[in-house]
Design a protein around this ligand. Structure first.
Ligand code: MN
Length: 488
């Protein structure tokens, strides 16, 4: 991934004289340097801005610097906000206002009017906050002491969400085949997502993929087989089936890399010339950070890649997922998530096994190899982006994943079991009321707050189903938002 960084822009004015401004600049540089050691991305101190021109210049520079994933502002002193209007009005990068203070404590003996004039973030940050509110700027406000772990964690989480914005704006999705016939929720306006989210969603012929597969060499397959056997337990004698998946993976990857695509979709209804639906191939591509969507679902493919990029180390535990079936025994209400083949091993609790089984859906001439595993336990979210016609809605639901409560020895695919918030049936009522898809991205590494930040920066509707959501309150929320988004 690109070496993203964030810029620290500190507001001030000439009123205080050069000595104070030098102190502000030195402390701001020190803060950026200290924070850079704690944050997932570098924070670069840029300027102590005192004029309209300085702010306009740094915003222009930020807009055109591909490595700059966002700006973080703060006012050590008071910075009259009319000088920020021209710059902020042109800002095209994510924006976070860190309302903090250089010193933690009010020094009882030392405090006098000089100290007060130097350390006035308490009112400087309010003036700064007003102009962003007045300009209706989409921004994140984080308040607290800059050396506190909680503040640093929140700042780091916001940075990852902002990187999700940069990844989104550069997202290219490779489609093999169209969407599954007659399915509604996987459809969507590809022009709208390009204008709004930056995604370039285009199609390539399955025949071209087959041609690319036929050009894959035995040596290339041997090399990938070594990676498979090092990463997974081989629990099948059908080596030819695994080698076929390796051939598919190599060919898909070559085509994606040649086009700069970070996500792909395919469909079991269009495998013309292929012996098997890519199973292990898609799973291992996802493990490397590529997004995937089944049945032509290019929206979930792009979202999977974006959440992966937002997660830990630029490839978090985030997976293409599908709600499959329920366990509705009182006190043990769970969703069982899986897919025909393609669940990403980044969410596995243990070492995945490579197995081959018959797949009845689609035109599979041979039994496809796939990774079989249980998902890990822990707090997570499921995310669905839907096209409401005229706008996009991002739905996030809090979930608690558990170790599957039964072994299900005849289930030939990877599985994740979870409890949706606020409880299974209320959660299902809320999800269905909001129009959430059966396909989701399930993530252990990305939080609902980060998805809220991402949706705000992308200027799309955000719906969050939590432990406190009721279908009644949600229905009203959706009604009001529907009106608001029509006016927007
Ligand atoms: Mn599906």
């Amino acid at each position: 991934m690109r070496q993203y960084e964030f810029w620290f822009v500190v507001g001030s004015q000439f009123l205080y004289g050069p000595e104070v401004l030098e102190t502000v600049a030195a402390r701001s540089a020190e803060m950026a340097e200290t924070l850079s050691k704690k944050l997932p991305y570098k924070l670069v101190y840029k300027v102590t801005a005192k004029t309209n021109q300085e702010i306009t210049d740094v915003v222009k520079e930020a807009n055109y610097d591909d490595n700059c994933a966002g700006i973080i502002t703060w006012c050590h002193t008071f910075s009259p906000s009319k000088m920020w209007i021209n710059g902020l009005a042109n800002l095209q990068k994510p924006y976070c206002h860190l309302a903090t203070q250089y010193n933690r404590e009010i020094p009882n003996e030392e405090i006098d009017m000089d100290f007060m004039n130097l350390n006035q973030a308490a009112h400087g940050d309010r003036e700064h906050g007003f102009i962003a509110a007045r300009l209706r700027m989409p921004r994140k406000v984080i308040a607290g002491y800059w050396q506190d772990e909680k503040v640093q964690t929140r700042l780091g989480d916001w940075m990852k969400a902002a990187v999700g914005v940069a990844v989104s704006r550069n997202m290219k999705v490779m489609r093999f085949g169209d969407n599954m016939r007659e399915v509604a929720v996987t459809e969507g306006d590809k022009v709208e997502v390009q204008a709004k989210l930056g995604w370039q969603v285009n199609t390539w012929a399955v025949g071209d993929l087959v041609k690319e597969m036929n050009a894959v060499t035995e040596a290339e397959i041997d090399a990938l087989m070594e990676v498979y056997t090092a990463s997974y337990d081989v629990a099948t004698d059908d080596v030819a089936a695994i080698r076929y998946q390796a051939k598919e993976e190599i060919a898909i990857r070559k085509m994606m890399d040649a086009e700069g695509c970070k996500a792909f979709s395919n469909t079991f209804q269009d495998l013309y010339g292929m012996e098997q639906l890519p199973g292990l191939a898609s799973q291992h591509l996802m493990a490397q950070g590529y997004g995937y969507g089944g049945e032509g679902d290019w929206k979930v493919a792009a979202m999977t890649a974006i959440l992966k990029a937002m997660g830990e180390g630029g490839n978090g535990a985030s997976a293409f997922m599908e709600d499959y079936t329920y366990h509705l025994v009182e006190g043990q209400e769970y969703s069982l998530g899986a897919h025909m083949l393609e669940v990403c091993p980044s969410v596995a609790a243990g070492k995945p096994r490579i197995e081959t089984h018959h797949l009845g859906i689609g035109m599979n001439e041979k039994d496809p190899a796939r990774l079989v595993f249980e998902g890990k336990a822990g707090k997570a979210i499921v995310v669905s982006l839907i096209d409401m016609g005229g706008r996009l809605r991002l739905i996030v639901q809090d979930i608690e994943a558990v170790k599957p409560i039964m072994p299900m020895p005849n289930l030939p695919v990877a599985r994740v079991m979870w409890k949706a918030m606020p409880d299974l049936t209320t959660g299902v009522e809320c999800w269905i009321t909001a129009g959430g898809a059966h396909h989701t991205v399930l993530s252990y590494d990305v939080s609902a707050e980060q998805m809220r930040d991402w949706a705000r920066m992308m200027d799309i509707e955000f719906v969050h189903i939590t432990k406190d959501t009721t279908p009644e309150k949600l229905e009203e929320e959706l009604f009001v938002k529907d009106l608001a988004w029509k006016l927007k």
